[in-house]
Design a protein around this ligand. Sequence first.
Ligand SMILES: *[C@@H]1O[C@H](CO)[C@@H](O)[C@H](O)[C@H]1NC(C)=O
Ligand SMILES: *[C@@H]1O[C@H](CO)[C@@H](O)[C@H](O)[C@H]1NC(C)=O
Ligand SMILES: *[C@@H]1O[C@H](CO)[C@@H](O)[C@H](O)[C@H]1NC(C)=O
Ligand SMILES: *[C@@H]1O[C@H](CO)[C@@H](O)[C@H](O)[C@H]1NC(C)=O
Length: 458
Amino acid sequence: MMLFPSCRILISLLTFFLIRQAHSKPTTSSHFEWLQRCLARTQLSFSTNSTGVCSRPCGLIPFTDYLPWTHQPVCVKARSEEDQREHSFCLYTNADFRDGRGFSIITTADVGTYISEQPIMWDRERWRKKTITFKDQPYKMEDMAERGLGLRANQTITYGRVFMESSPTIVVIRSALDFMTREQRHYMFRRAIKQLPVKTGNMILKLAKSMGGDELDDVFKTNGIGQIYGEDIRHLSILPEVARINHDCRPNSAYRFDDTTLKHEVFAIRDIKPGEEITVTYVPPEMPSDMRNSLLRNQWNFDCTCSLCAAQDFTLATSDTRLRTIQEYASDLASVSNDPELFLEKVERILELYELEDIIAPKARYLELAAYACSQLGLEAATKKYAKKAYDMWDVIAGKDSWEKKGMGALLRDPKAHPSWKYGQGEKQNESASEDPTELGNGNASELFSEVLEPTKE
Ligand SMILES: *[C@@H]1O[C@H](CO)[C@@H](O)[C@H](O)[C@H]1NC(C)=O
Ligand SMILES: *[C@@H]1O[C@H](CO)[C@@H](O)[C@H](O)[C@H]1NC(C)=O
Ligand SMILES: *[C@@H]1O[C@H](CO)[C@@H](O)[C@H](O)[C@H]1NC(C)=O
Ligand SMILES: *[C@@H]1O[C@H](CO)[C@@H](O)[C@H](O)[C@H]1NC(C)=O
């Protein structure tokens, strides 16, 4: 049976609503040549000394250059306590990236290779762009009393506007935090910072700290933003400008990250008035208050004071009940995916609850699901209604060029030609397909829903 076209929903640790734009990778011949060279460089073999840090050239190949990196990659071998398996993590730095902002990443050789392959790493002209591209910056940094520094809008920021664009400065793969010894971690963090331009290093070290202990561990814990690189691999990333945005359970902004261009964008998910603080949520917005509070306390060491957290008991209880219902319905979806009527009913209920809860960003996905359910049922008008809403929302949430938006565009244009129409009885299935073949793969609803509302593991 034809199931829903799969939505590649990418969940990251702290920002599981974060959306990655997928772009097809150009494969020009010159690019291909780079790849060969690059592969030869990134598949390192390791020689480690007793600290687990490579001494001297970290590989058998005598490197003459490390392009696109400006420093020779160094690697450590870490051992998992559980199964004693060995994991290698390497540090890659390009100190020139984004006009001298720099980029350092501690990750696996596979992810290192993946990033080396991206055309952006070879395109000096594109690096020249400033970190924050908006001359007319619509906010200013201010002291927000007990909330520390924050950003306040000084002009109206309309729904959908991208008002901050930046790139990660220092990134670490999540598994390295679990597997590297303290010594290895500190060595790698320090080296990652040292290899960046001094100005960038200082910006990182000046960030808020909250937990005590080692300075860099603390900077990562307090400011790290979940990002996905390569094949859905979780990383934590420091974006100093973005790290200044404070938490709100019902924020006015959200972000997205494109791991092929390393572009991180913050955009408004509602109109923001001058004088209003710019906020994002640090935790999944569906999280009930008790979980939310303890995560914020444990992870960032602060007590939530946003208007929802500060609400009367009755309001909080009502909200928690709704949030639990959303979770319950969402986890039911996989089991009713063979019954589009029931499925649609649950999705519509979830959308209503999001509306009542004033949760915005996750709605795009459920609007899309509603569109597919209607398409399976052969309800043309309803399919178009939901597809249009999802299309408009993905335009803002995932971005103008996102495959999510394109996929909804294809359904909207001609529902009857779409592979999801009446269980794949679409009239002209072959030519129906959208521009992006990836989203019409072997859709598997259980796979899709196992990721929705996955509890945060921390
Ligand atoms: C291991 O290598 C690191 C980096 O080159 C060096 O700082 C350290 O002293 C070395 N340790 C030993 C025991 O050789
Ligand atoms: C808002 O603040 C920024 C940063 O201080 C400034 O560059 C910008 O001109 C301000 N905009 C307005 C409309 O005041
Ligand atoms: C649909 O695909 C089949 C097999 O790939 C092909 O033979 C047929 O001509 C296609 N039909 C249209 C309308 O493109
Ligand atoms: C869908 O995915 C789940 C989990 O990955 C798997 O167990 C199941 O067999 C898959 N179903 C189909 C029809 O491919």
